[in-house]
Design a protein around this ligand. Structure first.
Ligand SMILES: [Zn+2]
Length: 121
């Protein structure tokens, strides 16, 4: 069944191999925030593949399924890890921390903006 689904994704729906592999490995959820990218069309349209280390390395090990927002917040940041922790999971955890901090800052600005706009009403 899994092989048949992969075959249809690749040959009928024209997904590149890496998209199929990245999606299946991630359980079709953003690897940074956990958003289910198959929950709705809106979520599905958020589907992006991030280069964990943005160095042009397209190896599956360097790719992560990401929603548009997490990918935007991470931008081209190289996740910082200690020398002994360069495995994929450590890099993803470091990226999650970067994304989470940037999101926290942007949400704070958003809430202040909302407060100011609501005072206009
Ligand atoms: Zn996300």
């Amino acid at each position: 069944m899994r092989d048949r689904a992969k075959h249809i994704l690749k040959h009928e729906l024209h997904w590149p191999d890496y998209q199929v592999d990245v999606g299946i490995r991630a359980g079709f959820r953003c690897e940074y925030c956990g958003k289910d990218l198959l929950e709705s069309y809106e979520n599905y349209d958020q589907w992006q593949v991030d280069h964990i280390i943005p160095n042009g390395n397209n190896a599956l090990e360097n790719l992560a399924l990401s929603c548009k927002l997490c990918n935007f917040l991470k931008r081209h940041t190289i996740p910082t890890v200690s020398a002994g922790n360069t495995d994929r999971e450590s890099l993803i955890n470091a990226a999650k921390a970067i994304i989470s901090e940037r999101r926290r800052v942007k949400e704070k600005i958003f809430l202040r903006t909302l407060e100011v706009i609501k005072s206009l009403r």
